[in-house]
Write a protein that binds this ligand. Structure first.
Ligand code: AMP
Length: 510
């Protein structure tokens, strides 16, 4: 069994590792560190959670002990696809390099150029950057890349997804040919292979965990759902309430705007939730992440881009609000739980529209994922809806009829194109009302542990643990939902009969 002391790391770095409490290198560390220290190019095929950050930070710290940085000429450069990842790598340098005089500069969007320039002027040993901001500084003439001895490209496949490959190519061409390159990617699509062929020289290939094996510690379930967004939101709430072991969870959406909508909805329904998406400014993202890490928020609704590679050690659950479009993202998402040998659970909401993407995931991970409580055949088209609306079969009994009526009235003016509608404030308001209608009848029904669990032990947004909290919701939606025809007053619009667009019934302050 390899130990850290066998890897060739400096005494200072070994002491820092020991102080961190790590007793043994992870496989990517054991394999990549000796090659990195021998100044070989490394192609590391590893995903987050494998300890890959330390596999480049530790040898870099060892190598940087000799030599000094010059103004505007960083000695090493690390490219990260997202600001959060860049900030996390900076944290790693602080953690492992606190005993060393290493200057680290972070060049990420959303932060002031001036501060970043000052750091560059002072000279930095390590420059951690997202591609866009790095090139901005370069174009302003504030940065010389000709002194870079080591280049790290992290999460290359994510760079590809985000359209950063042309930037990466450009950056690579600005660096000295003699540099060492440490290149990491969880997967190796053709474009990434091409990039490595172009910019790595005779690399050592280190492959630690195929994406398929990432899922082993994670208990996965598919959850059949109606395909409308409000069906999915209520199905999600149902799951959250039925699983009291949700200590904290990341809920992934495919689209940024859905992150915002779902976050608002969860908050409204009394859950302790935060959101993370690319449009938030950096400070808001960091605060959100900090609160989630510190357990001040139970649920984090996130897009793939924002959540990629986040180091949040103990997430008990992952919920895929949408089946990811890229199969690899499924592996990355569920890799947020079940980390470092812990067990985790991942639920994926699946609608009838998702079969193509679900097939791709099954193919990638090489195994069928079990359904939680019935596959898509239990989601039936309700005749009472009359417009193709889907509802789970078992819910069409009992109170379901009431819901069917409510929902139909709420949907009266709704376009079939949910995505387009959700982009306008009016559509968002309409959505909220419909959601409240659904809320009136759905009960928690399912759990990994117990099919009959009615548990609703979910932290409320003020941090306390409370039972199901629907009464405290703003009266706006629920009032409208229930009083659409009977609750007419002098403000009710006329000329629509019973078919008033839901948004026109929202009380305003005017
Ligand atoms: P990463 O894959 O770099 O995101 O690291 C995943 C997690 O593993 C982080 O929380 C690290 O702090 C932790 N970690 C890294 N190396 C080790 C190690 N040798 N032993 C235990 N945990 C580690």
């Amino acid at each position: 069994m390899t130990t850290f002391s066998e890897l060739g790391l400096s005494a200072k770095v070994l002491a820092a590792v020991e102080a961190t409490g790590y007793t043994q290198p992870t496989p990517i560390q054991a394999e990549a560190i000796p090659h990195a220290l021998q100044r070989r190019d490394v192609l590391g095929i590893a995903q987050t959670g494998t300890g890959k950050t330390a596999s480049f930070v530790l040898p870099m710290l060892t190598m940087l002990e000799k030599g000094r940085a010059r103004a505007r000429m960083p000695r090493t450069l690390i490219i990260e696809p997202t600001r959060e990842l860049a900030a996390q790598v900076e944290e790693s340098f602080k953690r492992y390099g606190h005993d060393q005089r290493i200057n680290v500069a972070l060049l990420i969007g959303g932060m002031s150029f001036d501060e970043q320039e000052k750091k560059l002027d002072r000279g930095c040993d390590v420059l951690i950057a997202t591609p866009g901001r790095l090139l901005d500084h370069f174009e302003r003439g504030k940065l010389l890349l000709t002194g870079v001895e080591v280049l790290v490209i992290d999460e290359a496949d994510r760079m590809l997804d985000m359209g950063f490959i042309p930037d990466i190519e450009r950056i690579c061409k600005l660096l000295p040919f003699t540099r060492q390159t440490l290149f990491f990617s969880a997967t190796m699509p053709a474009e990434i292979t091409k990039l490595t062929e172009q910019f790595l020289q005779n690399p050592v290939r280190v492959e630690v965990a195929k994406p398929a094996s990432a899922a082993l510690t994670v208990e996965q379930r598919l959850v059949a759902s109606g395909s409308k967004d409000y069906d999915k939101r209520s199905r999600l709430r149902e799951l959250l309430r039925a699983n009291p072991d949700v200590a904290n969870a990341i809920i992934f959406c495919n689209r940024k705007r859905d992150v915002a909508t779902l976050f608002r909805s969860l908050e409204k329904h009394g859950f302790s939730a935060g959101a993370l998406h690319g449009d938030m400014d950096q400070r808001a993202r960091m605060t959100m992440l900090h609160n989630f890490r510190e357990d001040k928020l139970q649920l984090l609704v996130a897009s793939d881009v924002a959540a990629r590679g986040l180091d949040i050690p103990a997430v008990s659950h992952v919920f895929n609000f949408d089946v990811p479009i890229h199969a690899e993202d499924y592996v990355h998402r569920i890799g947020r739980t079940g980390r470092a040998g812990r067990s985790g659970k991942a639920f994926t909401l699946v609608t009838k529209q998702d079969s193509k993407h679900l097939d791709a995931i099954t193919k990638l991970i090489g195994t069928e994922i079990e359904w939680l409580d019935g596959d898509l055949s239990t989601v039936v088209t309700s005749e009472s809806e009359g417009d193709g609306e889907e509802r789970r079969g078992r819910r069409s009994r009992g109170e379901g009829e009431k819901n069917g009526r409510n929902r139909r009235s709420g949907r009266s003016r709704k376009s079939s194109n949910e995505d387009e509608k959700a982009e306008t404030p009016i559509a968002a308001a309409t959505e909220e009302i419909q959601e409240d209608e659904v809320e009136t009848i759905l009960e928690p029904v399912t759990s990994f542990e117990s099919e009959n669990s009615q548990a609703s032990n979910v932290r409320s947004s003020n941090g306390s643990r409370s039972s199901r909290n629907t009464s405290g919701r703003g009266g706006r939606g629920s009032q409208n939902a229930r009083g659409r025809t009977s609750g007419r007053d002098e403000h009710t619009p006329v000329g629509f009969g019973d078919d008033i667009p839901a948004f026109m019934l929202i009380a305003t302050n005017a």
